[in-house]
Every structure is written in C-alpha cells, then in structure tokens.
Design a protein around this ligand. Structure first.
Ligand code: NAP
Length: 488
C-alpha cells in the first residue's frame, strides 16, 4: 500500500490547527531521528483552508496527495465557528472511507493515575463513517430536529472483521462488542448480530457482547477486563475519550483511521486552542499515532524503537509535559524539551512494559460493489407520514381517520417523539408539533402501491403540512420497522 518515491515511503503530513503543528513537528523530528524510511509531503486542511474560502476545509491538492500516498499523519483540525458546515476532520475520514478508527490505551510508566498498577492495556475499535456521524440532519419543523442514524450490514462487517484482525495482529485475546441493541434493535442490533456471525470465524479470539452503558460503567470499575472493544461511531467517540482518561488523558491517546485504501493517523484529541503556540502541549498522542503509522507501513523495528524511547522517557520522568506534572507547577518540560529527551533515548528499552510484538495487520478484503442484502420476499404494508401541526392528538387522530375514509390505508396510531398518543391509552405525554402518523393496509394480506400512497398524501395535505414519509415494509415476513412506545 505504501507509495515509494526515490526509495522512500511518502507520507502526507497535515500540521493541523491549534496545538497540531507543535505535536506534528515533535512526531516528525522523532521519526526522522530514528531513521525511518519516510519522506514527508506537507499539505493543509482545517481552519486555514476554511478561511481561504474552501467550504469543505479540504483543498484539492491535499486530496490529490492522499490519493497518491495513501498514508497521512495529521494534527487535529478545528472547525471555526462561522466557517464551513462540516468538520474537515470527519470529511477527511469519510472521503477516503477510513471505516475503522483504532484507539489503543495502555498504562504508561511514570504517568500516575488512580488506576496505576492495574495494567490497563486495551483498544477501542470505533466504526468511523456511519451512524449519527453520517451527518444527515433535518429540522423537521422549526422546533424539532432529526439526525438519521444509518448503520449498514456491510459497514458493521467491515469494522468487526478489522477488529478481529487487529486483535490477531496485536496478540490480543478477546474482542467485546459494545452496543445499545437492547433499545435500538435495528441499528445497534445490526452490529451485534453481525459481530455474532463474524466471531464464529475467529475461534482463536474470545468474543462477548456488552451493553454500551454498562461498558462505560465497567471501564471505570474494572478496565483491565477489556482487551479489544468494537463499537458504533458515537459510542466509540465517547468511550475512547473515557479510556484515554484512564491512562493519563487525551495527551496520551493515539489513533489510526484505517480503510481498504487509505490510512490516516492522528491523536484522539482536538486542537486544544488554549495551549496553541505555548510549546507546552504533550505530543505523545501524535507520536503514538506515528508509531502506529510506522507499523502500518511495515517499519516494525523503527516503530518499536520510537515507542520504547517514549516509554523510557516517561519511566525516567526527567522530562514530563505539564499535563503530567500540572501546568502551573513550573516543573513541566516544554514540548520541544520532551521531544529532545525522547530522541536522546532512541535505542533504549524501558525496564518494564516494553512495546508489544506486532504481526502485520491483515486488512480484510471487501468488494467495491454496492452492498445489497437480498430478501426472498418483500412487501409494503403501510406508511408512516410525519406531519407538522399544533393540534392535540385527540383532534389530529379523528381528522386523519376521516381523511383516510374509503382508502386502502387506515390510521393505526399516531405517536409523538416515538410514543403512542392516539388512540389515547390514558398516558401523560407532553407533545411537540411533529407527529408520526402510522397508516396500514385495511387488507392485512395486501400490498401497498405507490399510487395509493401518493393519494393518501394528497388527502393528508389538504389539512396538514407533511415533511417526511417512510414506507412500512416486511422483509421475509418480518417487519422492517419498530413499534412506537405503547403501541400494541
Ligand atoms: P480538545 O482539543 O481535545 O481539548 C480538550 C482538553 O483535552 C484540553 O483542554 C486539555 O485538557 C486536553 N488535551 C487535549 N490535547 C492534549 C494534549 N496534547 N496534551 C495534554 N492535554 C490535552 O477538545 P475541544 O476543546 O473540545 O476541541 C477543540 C477543537 O478541536 C474543536 O474545534 C473540535 O472540533 C476539534 N477537534 C478535532 C479533532 C480532530 O481533528 N481529530 C478531535 C476532537 C476535537 P485540560 O484543559 O484539562 O488541560
């Protein structure tokens, strides 16, 4: 996968925003000092690019460089208020389909935390391009916002296979799948079901499922029980900040965004603007990301040398950045002094906890064809029509029933923010002006045609503003939709 020019592996280097340039420069100096076979191609993204008027924050020459090198080391990117609509960082991850984000943390020598001595050494594998991060949002009414949580079977299979392959490459013993499938049975449930299927192919690795909220609880209570955790995008975002805090904070948390074609290495942390330009920030997270990059490029020895020099530096504690010793203590080493100390320690190994032995990661192969799951049978049996109105359910329900009179569809129920409000079941629900109105075929064995649905919409539109329609389908006889809370 590496792109070689003049005998050197070319890597796109994006300094980033805020503290990014300082962290990236530190990592670059150490990687150069270890004699790694790397040629840097500096490109830009983020704040400076937004300010030049590029709305995506990612200019063409950066995209061209990444297409060529397939490998990026980057600093964090800020999304300045008032520029661009999307995070340039999420854009970069998505533009190159880096579908898995690998976020390892381990107890570090010399970095004292309430967990010191417990041997935390775990990896969060976060799905990286789907879920709420697909960023498909709408204001359905002026007061009600919606964000679509899209989770695909293919997306789940990719991240789950990569999690198992990563576990094998890093000599790890177990993979836990953390989801909220008890509540979101279709979206989060797809990850759980896919995980259980794929796990059968990795019998050498222990596999288990944990509900994400309990996972957060267990991570604080007994983090040493975890090895690899695979989870959806939003869950992974949150628990990986939590896991970084277990070992000393965001300054110590590296990550790799991996896809079939491109890999992007970056710290978990953001641009920490309040520390920008002060030469005080901890560069360990970006340096750790550079170590992951060297392993990805097959430069395993250089990776181990850099990691060991970092561990020796932390273990000896002669140079520590302010996040370890306290920013105001006056004892903190500057970013450059800490980097100098790491460079001076290249070639040494720590007394305890040297770098793990890694085998090259076998990236799972996937077809580039559009992913399709083919059911044997499918049928449309109704539709949810979303309307905007300030009417109370007791007025809306009978009015919709009357509008559907003589139609193939009849009103089954109306819900507000997911809970049935019509027919009234004697419950107490505070309504907003966005209702989901569920219409089903009067003939339970029938099939709904588009013309019938359009006719229903025309009827609804005579009295109500509608903004969204969702067909109710059955795949192989099973409903492809969930019931409302309180719906029988
Ligand atoms: P942040 O930049 O990660 O900073 C949050 C806090 O984490 C800092 O105030 C600091 O804590 C600590 N921290 C972060 N990096 C550190 C380091 N290298 N060494 C030591 N401590 C470190 O999060 P944010 O303030 O929420 O976000 C700032 C900007 O970054 C936003 O524009 C956001 O969108 C962007 N962002 C970008 C990325 C990315 O590009 N990958 C990721 C996340 C956020 P203390 O205050 O306790 O010292």
């Amino acid at each position: 996968m590496a792109h070689i020019e003049n005998g050197k592996t070319v890597v796109t280097l994006i300094p980033g925003d805020g503290v990014g340039p300082e962290c990236v420069e530190s990592a670059r100096r150490v990687v150069d000092a270890v004699g790694a076979n790397i040629e840097w191609e500096v490109r830009h993204a983020g704040e400076s690019v937004f300010k030049q008027g590029v709305p995506s924050g990612v200019p063409d020459d950066t995209i061209a460089s990444i297409r060529k090198t397939r490998c990026v080391l980057k600093g964090p990117l800020g999304t300045p208020v008032g520029y661009g609509e999307k995070s340039a960082n999420v854009t970069l991850r998505k533009l190159f389909e880096t579908y898995a984000n690998i976020r390892p943390v381990r107890e570090l020598p010399g970095v004292t935390t309430p967990y010191s001595g417990r041997g935390i050494d775990l990896v969060v594998v976060r799905e990286n391009v789907e879920d709420l991060y697909a960023g498909i949002e709408h204001m359905q009414t002026p007061g009600v916002a919606q964000c679509l949580k899209l989770i695909s079977r293919k997306g789940c299979e990719k991240v789950v296979r990569l999690a198992f392959e990563f576990a094998r490459s890093a000599g790890r013993k177990s993979v836990a799948c953390a989801t909220k499938s008890n509540i979101m049975k279709m979206t989060e449930g797809t990850l759980k079901r896919t995980f259980e299927e794929v796990a059968k192919e990795y019998k050498d690795i222990e596999s288990w499922h944990v509900i994400i909220d309990n996972c957060a609880h267990q991570l604080v209570k007994k983090p040493e029980q975890f090895d690899v955790i695979v989870t959806t995008n939003m869950n992974g975002d949150i628990i990986s900040d939590l896991t970084s805090a277990l070992v000393g904070g965001l300054g110590f948390a590296p990550s790799a965004n991996l896809g079939s074609e491109v890999a992007i290495f970056e710290a978990v942390h953001g641009s920490a603007p309040k520390y920008a330009g002060k030469n005080c920030i901890n560069p360990t997270a970006v340096l750790g990301s550079a170590v992951m990059m060297l392993r990805h490029l097959g430069q395993l020895e250089a990776a181990a040398r850099v990691e060991n020099a970092l561990l020796v530096t932390l273990e000896e504690g002669k140079a520590r950045t302010g996040d370890v010793v306290g920013y105001d203590s006056g004892k903190a080493a500057s970013t450059t002094a800490f980097t100098d100390a790491i460079i001076a320690n290249l070639g040494r190994v720590p007394k305890a906890g040297a770098a793990r032995a890694y085998k090259p990661l076998k990236m799972p192969a996937f077809s580039g064809a559009v992913a399709t799951v083919h059911p044997k049978a499918r049928r449309v049996i109704g539709a949810d029509v979303f309307v905007e109105t300030d009417q109370l359910p007791a007025v809306l329900g009978p009015a919709l029933t009357a509008l559907a009179e003589g139609h193939a569809l009849k009103l089954k129920m109306v819900s507000n923010r997911g809970t049935q409000v019509y027919p009234d079941r004697g419950t107490m629900i505070d309504c907003v002006d966005q209702y989901r109105c569920r219409f089903v075929l009067r003939d339970a064995a029938g099939e709904l045609g588009d013309a019938q649905l359009l006719d229903l919409l025309t009827r609804v539109a005579t009295k109500y503003r509608w903004m969204h329609v969702e067909k109710l389908q059955e795949f192989d006889g099973a409903p492809s939709y969930t019931k409302a809370q309180g719906e029988d």
